[in-house]
Design a protein around this ligand. Sequence first.
Ligand SMILES: [Zn+2]
Length: 82
Amino acid sequence: LDEMLPPMEVSDEHWSEFVGLRDTMAVWSLTMIARVFYAAAASRANEITARPTSEHMKYCRNTAVCPACAGEQNTVFERRTA
Ligand SMILES: [Zn+2]
């Protein structure tokens, strides 16, 4: 986080505040909340376009389950082909 630029919508002040929380459970909690929102949005989407970088493809260790590498997204609820 220290080396990342803040997302365009986040002010420098709020980014610094967020980075200052990195040793607390706040960052982990926000990450989990973000994953829930992502999963909810993904489950409602008709199509998810993955654009894995060549760097990702080179080092991904989960090619069988990674939606970007496997070309499909499998969950306990459903199976989707990219
Ligand atoms: Zn992958």
